[in-house]
Design a protein around this ligand. Structure first.
Ligand code: SAM
Length: 291
């Protein structure tokens, strides 16, 4: 009886987001030595492999065949094959296929290893000048205007820096929505990162549309939007004092009910929410009871 071969490894390999010089030597080695490369678009990946002089066989793995592909790929891993997964650009699984495969491979008790490298989310965040200690990656916002605005409204109180991807088809409308929701809060728009026409700008959300529309070239290419998180010191649009600040000033003067009514109006907050906050704040104040 022969021993079965040691199980192989699924390698998650990051590739450049524009500049081919960003492919690591380790990534090139893993791609060259893999038995097969699972690629989002095999023709796209072949161009990268040709550039590198790599002849490893490729097979397609995209959103629509990922689940079906997982079973035979797991069999191959069990048989000792080394399989690399790449997407068209950047890190696989980051707004790209691969999640189902990785989950299935891990579920099967097999090994997944990383060859880290470029990803537009981290690249944009690192040059944004906005806080990087905590951030939320939202991927692509919903394509439909109503759903997009709803999502942005849900995010308006998020204190961590927000990062979103956007395509050239929707950048103009998306930036208009950002302006309406985030007002004076800072936004960095980064486009064409690592490419010839790389550009980034930081300004209040409400001014970004003007910057974008000032030059027809600015709406071309690939975009990342980095949005400063909600501050405790201003309202959600960055324009005025926050609900907490207003209540802290008004409750001792007016009492909970009047203060809540006024602060709700000024910060566009539901009255009930402002009142609950005022009551909790007033616990710490000797406020007049204007019941
Ligand atoms: N997996 C990729 C990564 O790790 O960044 C993201 C793939 S997602 C399908 C493509 C989106 O990523 C683009 O629409 C854009 O929002 C962003 N993106 C990718 N490359 C970029 C670049 N060079 N500059 C700016 N944004 C980029």
């Amino acid at each position: 009886m022969t021993d079965s071969p040691a199980p192989g490894v699924l390698w998650i390999v990051a590739t450049p987001i524009g500049n081919l010089g960003d492919l690591s030597t380790r990534a090139a080695t893993v791609l060259a030595e893999a038995d097969v490369i699972a690629a989002e678009d095999t023709r796209h990946t072949k161009r990268l492999l040709d550039h590198l002089g790599i002849h490893t066989r490729t097979l397609s793995l995209h959103e629509h065949n990922e689940e079906a592909r997982a079973v035979p790929l797991i069999e191959r891993l069990r048989g000792g094959a080394s399989i690399a997964l790449v997407s068209d650009a950047g890190t696989p699984l980051i707004s790209d296929p691969g999640y189902r495969l990785v989950a299935a491979v891990r579920e099967a008790g097999l090994t997944v290893q990383t060859v880290p490298g470029p990803s537009a989310v981290v690249a944009a965040l690192s040059i944004s000048g906005l806080p990087t200690d905590r951030f939320v990656f939202e991927g692509f916002l919903p394509a439909k205007p109503g759903a997009r605005r709803k999502r942005l409204a849900e995010l308006v109180s998020e204190p961590r820096t927000l990062v979103c991807y956007e395509s050239s088809h929707r950048i103009t409308r998306c930036v208009a929505d950002l302006g309406a929701v985030f007002g004076q809060r800072p936004v960095t728009l980064a486009r064409e990162l690592t490419k010839r026409y790389e550009q980034s700008v930081t300004c209040p959300a409400a001014e970004l549309a003007e910057w974008l529309n000032a030059d027809a070239n600015r709406v071309r290419g690939e975009f990342v939007l980095v949005i400063g998180g909600a501050s405790e010191n201003t309202d959600a649009t960055g324009n005025g004092p926050s609900l907490d600040q207003l209540l802290a000033a008004l409750v001792p003067e007016l009492g909970t009910k009047k203060a809540a009514k006024l602060a709700a109006r000024l910060t566009d907050t539901p009255k009930k929410q402002a009142y609950a906050k005022a009551v909790s704040l007033s616990a710490g104040h000797a406020a007049p009871d204007n019941g």
